[in-house]
Design a protein. Structure first.
Lengths: 463, 47
């Protein structure tokens, strides 16, 4: 299977199953669709292919040009970088039977928040339940559960999440110390992440974060008016002016790495590329700004009719990113980062984020859910840190969830980049984790196309 | 080649042989908490 598209003056051909990427001229681009059909039917003769393309396509190229392009396509086919077959579906039964271990926890250290963000899927920190802080005892049991269920995996990840985790800072510090005490005896390595709105961030906390946290996620949406509209305090006043200096200090103190400023864009700021560039202009180099996930009835929810504008925004952002990189003032945009030559193995690409199997969320009182987005939905309550997993049937549903279990993914060119997408998004839009969130898919596909185009443009510069 | 420039030669199926160690980062632990982004994750063996 191939996917071909034009973007920013580049003709790009993705060989989906091998992961190879080609940049082609107009002749090869126009010859490709018919050549694919014929080559897949077994035609391997350059003369036959050339004649067929000439007759069927009425292309504005000479026979010689078409023949040259055909010969090059045949060479790549022989080399296994074009028109390759999907061999992975046969491998999926092994994948379904595999033993999974828990390797990451999202600890809901505080179901409470000092902001009242309008789009919060956690219902302003409370997850539609009661306000609560995780006790050290519950957190300790969660880390013990993680170690006990992690098999031979060495690297274990723990995200201090909320609500706002800095509302329960002492417990965060105590749990980091407890986690470190488990490392040597159990031959494990904890990688801690803190996700924070920055309101309570101070020098003491930053010093600890920089010493202990592998990653820190700083919540900010972009321009002041955009941020303050959606991320106010309970009294309505904005939080931008308070958090920006703290986040800049955090980024600087971490050497501009191992952090993300992370924003959410909504229908209120469809021109979100300006927010990304605003964050870059402030001096941040690691930026993630993502589409909101919301009930379609919410006024800020993205709608299918917004797609053309959003697509253009990604294109604008991609072009500006290339320009800035060439000028030596580039930044990383999380969703345009792509490792074409390395990156994840097939097993990872088939299994996705690991929610419900490798990755679990823990509530302040110790309940286990497939991920932070399912917290509060009793149908997905998996167990708790005292008794462990009680709903193996639900875990099984997640284990079996993969790119081939979702009908809409089977022929999608982006399936090995998004791995079937977010189970929670699928559930929220269709009531099942074995479906997809179509609007999210369209944006994801666009981001993959932009990310590859950026690579082509930067390689062009080097070449 | 005159008409085609290969940007990346990749053989994903090769990673079936030695992949799947599971030591890599969970994608939601990096920056995304609302969308699944796996393609930009780093293989732990390549770190």
């Amino acid at each position: 299977m191939i996917h071909q598209y034009r973007n920013n003056g580049y003709n790009i051909v993705m060989d989906v199953n091998s992961g190879s990427i080609h940049v082609v001229d107009d002749v090869a681009y126009d010859v490709l669709p018919l050549a694919e059909q014929l080559i897949e039917e077994g035609v391997r003769d350059a003369d036959t292919l050339t004649a067929a393309v000439e007759v069927c396509k009425k292309l504005p190229y000479s026979r010689e040009e078409i023949r040259e392009a055909v010969e090059e396509l045949l060479t790549l086919t022989r080399e296994g970088t074009l028109f390759t077959q999907d061999l992975y579906e046969d491998y999926i039964h092994l994948f379904k039977e595999r033993q999974t271990v828990v390797k990451a926890l999202c600890l809901h250290i505080a179901h409470d928040c000092n902001l009242a963000c309008r789009y919060c899927f956690a219902g302003e920190g409370e997850y539609h339940g009661k306000r609560a802080l995780m006790s050290f005892e519950v957190g300790k049991k969660a880390l013990d559960f993680l170690v006990a269920n992690s098999g031979n995996r060495v690297n274990l990840e723990v995200d201090f999440f909320g609500g706002e985790p800095l509302l329960n800072w002492q417990v965060v510090k105590d749990l980091v110390a407890y986690g470190r005490s488990l490392e040597e005896p159990h031959h494990k390595k904890f990688r801690f992440t803190l996700t924070t709105n920055g309101v309570l961030l101070n020098e003491e906390i930053l010093e600890f974060v920089n010493r202990e946290m592998s990653n820190v996620v700083l919540s900010i949406d972009g321009r002041r008016e955009v941020h303050d509209r959606m991320r106010p305090f309970a009294g309505g006043q904005g939080s931008y002016d308070l958090v920006v200096p703290k986040f800049l200090e955090t980024a600087k103190s971490r050497g501009q790495k191992d952090y993300y400023v992370r924003g959410t864009f909504t229908r209120n700021n469809l021109d979100f590329s300006r927010d990304v560039l605003h964050l870059a202009d402030l001096g941040f180099e690691q930026i993630s700004v993502e589409p909101v996930v919301a009930d379609p009835k919410e006024p800020y929810a993205l709608q299918p009719e917004d797609l053309p504008v959003l697509m253009e925004e990604y294109d604008t952002l991609a072009r500006e990113l290339i320009k800035r990189k060439k000028e030596g003032r580039g930044f990383n945009f999380f969703h345009f980062m792509i490792d074409l030559s390395g990156g994840p193995c097939v097993a990872k690409r088939l299994s996705g984020c690991g929610s419900g199997t490798e990755y679990l969320a823990v509530t302040p009182w110790g309940d286990l859910y497939p991920c932070h987005q399912f917290v509060g939905n009793e149908d997905f309550l998996l167990g708790n840190v005292d008794e462990g997993i009680c709903r193996q049937d639900v875990v099984e549903q997640f284990r079996k969830c993969n790119v081939y279990s979702r009908e809409k993914c089977r022929r999608c060119f982006a399936r090995f980049y998004c791995s079937g997408g977010c189970a929670a998004n699928a559930y929220h839009s269709h009531g099942t984790i074995n479906d997809v969130y179509e609007l999210g898919c369209e944006l994801q596909k666009k981001r993959v196309e932009c990310a590859i185009m950026i690579k082509a443009a930067l390689a062009d510069e080097e070449g | 080649m005159k008409h085609i420039k290969t940007l990346v030669t990749r053989d994903l199926k090769e990673s079936m042989k030695k992949g799947g160690c599971g030591e890599c980062q969970t994608s939601c632990q990096s920056a995304c908490k609302t969308s699944c982004t796996v393609g930009n994750q780093t293989c732990e063996k390549a770190r």
